[in-house]
Ligand binder design. Structure first.
Ligand code: SME
Length: 150
């Protein structure tokens, strides 16, 4: 398992060589899936207009939630507040929109440039309370790198 700084170094490298933002986002989800085995689903949602998110590149099972209004889900909560959200037990959170029956916890980190939310990184885990402040820090740093390319 690569360290946070190794992962960030690789993503910075990807970001300077990727031919477009999609290639970068695809590379990020592949890398996170490979290096963080408890990330069971990792994906990007991107803002579509002012009121909804659309699913971008992801790694994991297909999600039924390809479009999420900002007033729905944990994804909507993170995008509308501009703050990261960690949910230790998704079944205890009324905002949760189920993607897979196995999912137990989730983290959503907004991607912002100049204070504006452009999208977010969404990660699900099949383990309860899988995400720590370390995961939050890693994903927030990735969000900063990605924000420059969106
Ligand atoms: N669980 C999210 C929906 C997206 S899927 O997890 C991929 C939510 O509650 O917004």
């Amino acid at each position: 398992m690569k360290t946070q700084s190794e992962i960030l170094g690789q993503i910075r490298d990807l970001s300077s060589h990727a031919s477009d933002s999609r290639e970068l986002l695809q590379g990020v989800v592949q890398l996170l899936a490979a290096e963080r085995p408890y990330y069971s689903w990792t994906g990007f949602y991107l803002m579509d207009g002012a009121d909804a998110l659309v699913l971008g590149p992801y790694h994991g099972k297909p999600s039924p939630h390809t479009r999420i209004p900002l007033n729905q889900g944990i994804c909507g909560a993170a995008a509308s507040t501009g703050e990261s959200v960690i949910v230790d037990d998704v079944n205890a959170d009324p905002r949760y929109l189920a993607c897979s029956l196995e999912t137990r916890s989730e983290i959503v980190v907004p991607i912002k440039r100049d204070g504006k939310v452009l999208g977010e990184i969404d990660v699900d885990s099949d383990q309860t309370a899988a995400f720590s402040s370390e995961d939050q820090r890693l994903l927030e740093e990735i969000a900063e790198i990605v924000a420059r390319q969106l």
